[in-house]
Write a protein that binds this ligand. Structure first.
Ligand code: CP
Ligand code: NVA
Length: 308
């Protein structure tokens, strides 16, 4: 890794102090934006966005976000760039990072983004890998703080697949000192090493999803089949049938519990319409907060701390 460059490849790349700063900064940036205050600290800066998987929210929030900060974005995908024709990721990183100020990548294995970052002259942001989705969890935690206050000491119930979202919640719990109650179907349990955990103090596994949700402050889930795992879809539909977040599950959580989902969602699979469209759900605020949180992140990676 080049000295002095900060990347955001997994959530724990930022310390608790830095995340707390970013949550405060996100609020300031959001308020300025809502008040139509022009704020262009990244004028003339270029963000390159590389997508090897589909996206609506991530592309939109990064592209709109850098423009709102005065910069511009370039979108590349595997289909119509040399990335899909076998150019080594190390070579791509050398070239792309000489022509830009910041790179966001959505790809498959974490190793790909690590190799890119190791050869990049500019900060690299993880826009989702098979292992992690740190930008999403920043927005999710900001949403909780915005609506309910500090997350330290709280309990997050993770219901469903031990995927990139689950791994990132688990990492966040260690950095920010909260707990995750995880319930996955047999055979889909979390892998602490793959999740990049340092210990076992911040999570507990439950065979029964209702028990994981009991008393939780946040109940959250995600699709049963993540991008890249489509061949397993039919089997997963059967295996995950009892891991649906429904009204009964929300009723055993805290009365003021919130429901989060990174989206896109499948009503009738991992969550019922009653829950995602119901009073506990903050999914639209959560999606919007991607924009504000990532603007704070891009500003931090390029300019460091700014006094609000
Ligand atoms: N939540 C999320 O990352 O959505 P997209 O796949 O639409 O970017
Ligand atoms: N876990 C999902 C998240 C999509 C935003 C996936 O990786 O497909």
């Amino acid at each position: 890794m080049k000295p002095g460059i900060r990347h955001f490849l997994q959530l724990k790349d930022l310390s608790r102090d830095e995340l707390d700063y970013l949550f405060e900064r996100t609020l300031w940036i959001k308020r300025q934006f809502k008040a139509y205050q022009r704020y262009w600290p990244l004028a003339d800066r270029t963000l390159v966005m590389i997508f090897e998987k589909a996206s609506t929210r991530t592309r939109l929030s990064f592209e709109a976000g850098i423009q709102q900060l005065g910069g511009s974005a370039i979108y590349l995908n595997t289909r119509d760039s040399q990335l899909g024709r076998g150019e080594p990721v190390e070579d791509a990183a050398q070239v792309i990072s000489r022509m830009s100020d910041l790179v966001m990548i959505r790809t498959f294995e974490q190793d790909i983004i690590e190799r890119f970052a190791a050869n990049s002259r500019v900060p690299v942001i993880n826009g989702l890998t098979n292992e992690y989705h740190p930008c999403q969890i920043m927005a999710d935690i900001f949403t909780y703080i915005e609506h309910r206050g500090p997350i330290q000491g709280k309990t997050v119930a993770w219901i469903g697949d031990s995927n990139n979202m689950c791994n990132t919640w688990l990492q966040a719990a260690e950095v920010l000192d909260f707990r995750v109650h995880v319930s996955t179907p047999p055979g889909y349990e979390i892998e602490p090493e793959r999740a990049g955990l340092v210990g076992t103090d911040h999570f507990e596994q439950f065979a029964d999803p209702m028990e994981a949700a009991r008393g939780a402050d946040i109940v959250t889930t995600d699709v049963w089949t993540s991008m890249g795992f489509e061949a397993e879809n039919e089997e997963r539909l059967k295996d995950f049938a009892d891991w649906q977040v429904d009204g009964d599950m929300m009723r055993v959580a805290k009365p003021d519990a919130i429901f989060l989902h990174c989206l896109p969602a499948h009503r009738g699979e991992e969550v019922t319409a009653e829950v995602i469209d119901g009073p506990h759900s903050l999914v639209w605020e959560e999606a919007e907060n991607r924009l504000h949180a990532q603007k704070a992140l891009m500003e931090f990676l390029l300019l460091g701390r700014i006094e609000s």
